[in-house]
Design a protein around this ligand. Structure first.
Ligand code: NAD
Ligand code: G3P
Length: 330
């Protein structure tokens, strides 16, 4: 039995805990930021607010005590919303032993520093770090639908350890040493998914959606390469794979926010209806533009999405401006 701590009892943390526990050879400690949610999980054996319909298997212990949750864990899987990762890791840091592997499964960029999640972790601790990415809706992983993901780790032993511990008949993991590419693919696709939702909300049709996905991967790849990522990674599960899933799948929260924006609703009103569920693209848009400015990379879709989110720009005007950009080579 190896012990795994899952930090974050939202939809994704819960689904990964279920997937890991189903193997039967892991002892899982699932940490919830909210004590009342931890109590509810005990009482109902199900995460009603974030992942209803899936019973927690035996082998998952739920707690709201963060420091005790990581005790003797071989792997610590960090699945909080990105903007809360730093505070969470800072609290466990003094309790870590040096071989414990920290894996980020969050998909975002820190708003203030523009750091990727593995960089946030590395700024706090010297423990081994990896990042999980790829097309993976929590509900489908909880339902044991066949899913393929990627584990980014610069140290192949770390990548292979996580691969071995997480693999199951319904979850296949590929390793990749390009951590920057894996993390930027997973974070930047959320911004394009917001835009894909806008296109759907405006009823613009399939041509527009396909154009957005294709030009979206072009700008994601440009920024990822400028940040040290590899083009090949962005053609893989954490690039094209996750982008296609999130831009077309109705389970995507990012896409759903975009649909509502396209239908004319205002962001504060949409957020109020999400009851604490996170759509990471909203905050990653600003950080992506910060990185783009730092590396002088052109990101026209991200720029327009930022204006729609934060400058009250009419989504139709944003699309008109994208179409009216100067002609260029593909
Ligand atoms: N849901 C998915 O299908 C999915 C799939 C892959 C990756 N992800 C990524 O996983 C991360 C978590 O998303 P999710 O879908 O599990 O979240 P969620 O929207 O289902 O739940 C939000 C969670 O944040 C917690 N929270 C609120 N304030 C907090 C704080 N101050 N500190 C720590 N936690 C706090 C809440 O208790 C709740 O558990 C995100 O980065 C997301 O992009 C999600
Ligand atoms: O629901 P979203 O938009 O946060 O997307 C979930 C996952 O990132 C899909 O891989």
């Amino acid at each position: 039995m190896s012990r795994i701590a899952v930090l974050g009892a939202g939809a994704w943390g819960t689904a990964l805990a279920i997937s890991l526990a189903r193997r039967g050879d892991h002892d899982i400690c699932l940490w919830s930021h909210s004590a009342s949610l931890a109590e509810q999980l005990h009482e109902h054996g199900e995460n009603l607010p974030y992942l209803p319909g899936y019973t927690l298997p035996l082998g998952i212990h739920v707690t709201s005590d963060l420091v005790s949750s990581v005790f003797e864990a071989k792997i610590i899987l960090c699945v909080t919303p990105s903007q809360h990762l730093r505070a969470t890791v800072a609290q466990i840091a003094p309790a870590l032993t040096r071989d414990q592997i920290l894996v980020s499964a969050s998909k975002g960029i820190e708003e203030t520093s523009f750091l990727r999640m593995s960089q946030v972790i590395a700024s706090i601790t010297n423990n081994p770090v990896a990042a999980l990415g790829g097309p993976s809706f929590a509900q489908e992983v909880a339902a044991a639908a066949p899913t393929a993901v990627v584990i980014g780790a610069s140290d192949p032993i770390v990548g292979q350890t996580v691969q071995r511990e997480f693999t199951s008949p319904s979850l296949r993991l590929y390793t990749n040493d390009d951590v920057a590419g894996v993390e930027l693919g997973g974070s930047l696709k959320n911004v394009i998914a917001l835009a894909a939702g806008v296109v759907h909300g405006l009823n613009l049709g399939n041509n527009s959606a396909a154009a957005l996905i294709t030009r979206g991967i072009a700008e994601i790849t440009r920024l990822a390469i400028a940040c040290g990522g590899h083009r090949q990674t962005l053609a893989g599960l954490s690039g094209v794979g996750d982008l296609v899933l999130t831009c077309t799948g109705s389970l995507s929260r990012n896409r759903s926010v975009g649909v509502e924006l396209g239908r004319g609703r205002q962001l504060p009103d949409i957020l109020a209806g999400m009851h604490g569920k996170v759509a990471e693209g909203i905050r990653s848009t600003t950080a992506a533009l910060g990185l783009a400015a730092r590396y002088q990379v052109e990101m026209p879709i991200t720029e327009q999405m930022n204006a729609v989110l934060y400058q009250n720009k009419n989504p139709r005007e944003a699309i008109r401006e994208l179409m009216a950009r100067p002609n260029r080579d593909e």
